[in-house]
Design a protein around this ligand. Sequence first.
Ligand SMILES: [Cu+2]
Length: 127
Amino acid sequence: MRMFTQHLRSLIDRMPISRPVVLAILTGPIVGAMLALASARAQDANAVITIDNFTFAPPELNVTVGTTVKWVNHDDIPHTVVEKNTTFRSKALDTDDSYSFTFKTAGTFDYFCGLHPHMVGKVIVKP
Ligand SMILES: [Cu+2]
């Protein structure tokens, strides 16, 4: 990166137009890309829990408030996702169906499959 910067600098020195203009032209797309990356990170508040072989994976997930969690059923039989206090409840998910829920409050959310109650999982939401 340093070599690249030095190379850039010598190039800029040899250019007939003013340095600030060149810098603006060169850094514009870089700054734009960095901003895009930053906003992508901010929006990256999502997580996936898979259902495979009657198991939620990961069985315990830690997220922050605002995160959208998506459950995806990879089994050949339907499953549901039901929170203990019915904070959320999906319909029956067929193979490759998914259900998403956005956690707006902090807390521990225990859930299970309504069709196979021995299937349990937990989402821990931090402020
Ligand atoms: Cu199930």
